[in-house]
Design a protein around this ligand. Structure first.
Ligand SMILES: Cc1ncc(COP(=O)(O)O)c(C=O)c1O
Length: 413
């Protein structure tokens, strides 16, 4: 069979609906400066779908630093991989400052979060080792684990009892192979907004020997007293052996990093293939990230404002009877009983009539008959944005229940 013919016949679960969805539900274009309000489909919407948590994306000092760095350096510098010719004082400075901020001995920069995570997992374990991981881990963790040639055991999301069983199995195997155990979970889970139960996981270190790898993409900059992340929030930062975050969320940039003991970071520097065989992070991004880190550290009011908005939005939704699941972070999921047919009408209404733009997630990511509207409050949202959104949600909920979007989903349907 011709490969392209195969692609045409089976475009994948998301691609199957491309002709109906493209440009509106998928690949929508938000026009204008990254902010609380942007233009979509010709008119202004309140935007709740950007991970610009502490509002750095369009902060004047950041825009200035980005522009000046681009003018001074262009996008080419430095050329080559870090190991060969692409290392600079700025890259090392950013690593040192990040390490200091997250209280780790050292940090290595990664060009991208997804690729960096895949490559880090690939780099750290071999066939003798066993990976134990949370069932709701992000795609980059799952894909990194696909590269692993040894055993892997999954535990149901945050189920510590079951995790112990998997650790027992893993321990038996590593005793035979002479390998080690790597336990991977997340700080804040990006869909549901709940936190990995790091405290309980860390407590298991007394009984089992493993190293803990935490993807804190949504926790970095948002969680903990200083914004150093979910480990700081749960009082277990020192027990996270391998700390990962992307720059793509709170830092409103590109790139990622891993922090930990020097022995870990030195090993990664000389072995992680996504960095050894790839061009170094361009200078404007490194300098821009240095500025972002400086603002994150010196302007705690940005995180305070984020949380003020989180609390107003989440308490307002709860007061109106909405189900927000288990979130304990800024990620604000709203779960509605809704068929796929009704979901399309509801989302169009929310966007076109109420001028609210948020992400919508359906089966198979959530169970059949559930629509997850995912709101990401940020420091740049206003109380007016929140109150307008709360009113809109009350309206769409009433309409959904009254059948205005189609037959309501009931327990038996
Ligand atoms: C939990 C988590 N890990 C990793 C990534 C990937 O990071 P990046 O966008 O830098 O590739 C994301 C999404 O961006 C994420 O949500």
């Amino acid at each position: 069979m011709d490969l392209f013919e195969k692609l045409r016949k089976n475009p994948g679960p998301l691609g199957a609906n491309a002709s109906r969805f493209h440009g509106y539900f998928t690949f929508p274009k938000l026009v204008g400066e990254i902010s609380n309000r942007m233009v979509f489909n010709g008119s202004e919407k309140i935007v709740w779908s950007l991970n610009n948590y502490i509002g750095l994306a369009n902060h004047p000092e950041i825009r200035k630093a980005d522009a000046e760095a681009a003018k001074d350096w262009g996008l080419a510098a430095p050329m080559g991989a870090r190991m060969m010719s692409g290392n600079t004082d700025y890259h090392e400075q950013l690593e040192r400052e990040l390490a200091d901020f997250i209280s780790k001995e050292d940090v290595i920069l990664l060009n991208f979060g997804y690729q960096g995570m895949v490559s880090a997992i690939d780099c750290l374990v071999d066939r003798k080792d066993v990976i134990v991981y949370d069932s709701e881990s992000h795609a980059c963790i799952v894909d990194g684990i696909h590269l692993h040639q040894g055993k892997r055991f999954v535990f149901p999301h945050n189920n510590i009892e079951n995790l112990e069983k998997q650790l027992e199995r893993a321990t038996k195997i590593t005793e035979e192979t002479g390998g080690a155990i790597l336990l991977i979970t997340e700080g804040v889970f990006g869909m549901d907004g709940d936190q990995g139960d790091l405290k309980s996981i860390v407590a298991l270190k007394k009984k089992y020997q493993f190293r803990l790898f935490v993807d804190d993409a949504h926790g970095f900059g948002t969680m903990g007293k200083t914004g150093a992340g979910t480990g700081e929030a749960q009082g277990v930062q020192d027990e996270i052996d391998i700390y990962f975050s992307t720059f793509a969320k709170s830092m409103a940039s590109i790139g990622a990093f891993i922090g930990g003991k020097k022995v870990l970071v030195d090993y990664l520097r000389y072995n992680i293939r996504s960095q050894i065989f790839a061009k170094s992070v361009p200078m404007p991004l490194v300098i821009g990230n240095l500025k972002r880190l400086e603002l994150l550290r010196s302007n705690p009011e940005l995180k305070d404002k984020l949380w003020e908005n989180v609390n107003r939005l989440q308490s307002g939704l709860k007061e109106r009877g909405f189900n927000l699941g288990k979130t304990t972070s800024p990620v604000t999921p709203v779960y509605l009983d809704c068929s796929i047919e009704s979901a399309a009408k509801l989302i169009i209404d929310l966007r076109e009539r109420f001028n609210i733009f948020c992400s919508a997630v359906l089966y198979p990511v959530v169970p059949k008959g559930v629509l997850l509207l995912r709101l990401i409050p940020t420091a740049v949202h206003t109380f007016e944005d929140i109150d307008q959104t709360l009113d809109a949600f009350s309206h769409i909920s009433d309409k959904l229940k009254s059948g205005a979007y189609g037959k309501p989903v009931t327990a038996n349907s």
